[in-house]
Write a protein that binds this ligand. Structure first.
Ligand SMILES: [Cu+2]
Length: 364
């Protein structure tokens, strides 16, 4: 259903990342479904697929579970990489650096991430050849994700930056993902993983991916497409307050988990040794701040939806096809199917057209 002229290498990266995440859903999710059906039979009908007492294999359950549940993180994070790739060029007024590499890296991430699942089972009496193999594949993920981090950085480099709310969330997410990626490489190393297994270090790493990267990316997309979806502008000042409260709150909450894990604090416990109290107080205060940070977001969305100034069709001067129709789009999206004649992200550094401030982008 691509529009005429929309070749594969003219598709927005957001579409490439959805394509790769849906391939993962297609090929990896059935493993979890199968595991749950077998588990249901074990629990309800007395079969022994996973029960050691009946010669079943509990490790088999772990394999089937993680074969999907590692890629599940990429199903969430890939579209967010797509959001970064839309927002960063638009607010840097630069074409996305290395567009083709970023598109191919999206598929690369999907392929590599489907052969790394055993890194969740290094402590499950895994044979050493298996540990070695999955340690190498896990570290390989750094190649396509590194390509993306580099491309975003190079896009920002020498760009004319407009630090509006979607861009702040995208840049915040990219920086947080760098941190999450580095602790991910550390955990991919079997000896280190065994050392911090079942500690807060793992919890900290996971939240830097799922909150500090994915949730911030979702917020970036929310603000970026809010005028397109609703036809109204959000309040920029409240958006910035939301960003800073989120950025500070999330780091205060999740950073302390790394030193706590290295010191040996276990996960899934109801109480902890008093030696861990300092960092835990920091994390608790951060979590209250993080909870409160959502209030300006919800208020901004509700008030702007009802009473926000009307948005122009393309307030960010963005190049994507969705910006070439009205905001919000009519039911049929376009009166006539548009012809695509240009590559994506044809932003021009010398383009005098400034991104309008949301207040100025509003039309009465
Ligand atoms: Cu994993």
């Amino acid at each position: 259903m691509r529009a005429p002229g929309m070749t594969f290498f003219r598709m927005p990266i957001f579409v490439w990342t959805f394509l790769s995440s849906q391939l993962l859903q297609l090929f990896c999710l059935p493993s979890l479904t199968g595991a749950l059906i077998l588990l249901f039979f074990d629990l309800s009908f007395g079969t022994n697929f996973f029960k050691p007492s009946g010669n079943g294999d509990p490790i088999l359950y772990q394999h089937l579970f993680w074969f999907y549940s590692h890629p599940a993180v990429y199903v969430m994070v890939l579209p967010v990489f797509g959001v970064f790739s839309e927002v960063i060029p638009a607010f840097s007024r630069n074409p996305l650096y290395g567009y083709r590499s970023v598109a191919i890296a999206s598929i690369g991430i999907a392929v590599v991430s489907s052969v790394v699942w055993v890194h969740h089972m290094f402590a499950s009496a895994t044979p050493s050849w298996m540990r070695m193999f999955f340690m190498v594949t896990t570290m390989l993920v750094a190649v396509p994700t590194g390509i993306k981090e580099f491309a975003w950085t190079a896009t920002v480099w020498r760009g004319r930056l407009h630090l509006l709310t979607p861009m702040l969330f995208a840049l915040g997410g990219v920086v947080m993902f760098l941190f999450a990626g580095i602790t991910g490489i550390m955990l991919g190393s079997t000896p280190f993983d065994l050392h911090v297994n079942n500690t807060y270090f793992v919890v900290g790493h996971f939240h830097y991916v799922v909150y500090n990267t994915i949730t911030m990316g979702i917020f970036a997309g929310f603000y970026f497409w809010f005028p397109k979806i609703t036809g109204r502008m959000y309040a920029e000042g409240w958006g910035k307050i939301h960003f800073w409260l989120t950025f500070i709150g999330a780091n205060l909450t999740f950073f302390p988990m790394h030193p706590l894990g290295l010191q040996g604090m276990l996960r899934r416990v109801s109480s902890y040794d008093p030696q861990y109290q300092g960092w835990n107080i920091v994390a608790s205060l951060g979590s209250f701040l993080l909870g409160m940070s959502t209030l300006p977001f919800i208020a901004n969305m509700v008030v702007s939806l009802l009473r926000g100034p009307k948005a122009v069709d393309n307030p960010w001067h963005a190049t994507g096809l969705e910006w070439k129709t009205s905001s919000p789009p009519p039911k049929e999206n376009f009166d006539a199917i548009p012809l695509v004649t240009e590559p994506p992200y044809h932003y021009n550094d010398n383009d005098p057209a400034e991104i309008a401030r949301p207040e100025a982008a509003a039309q009465e």
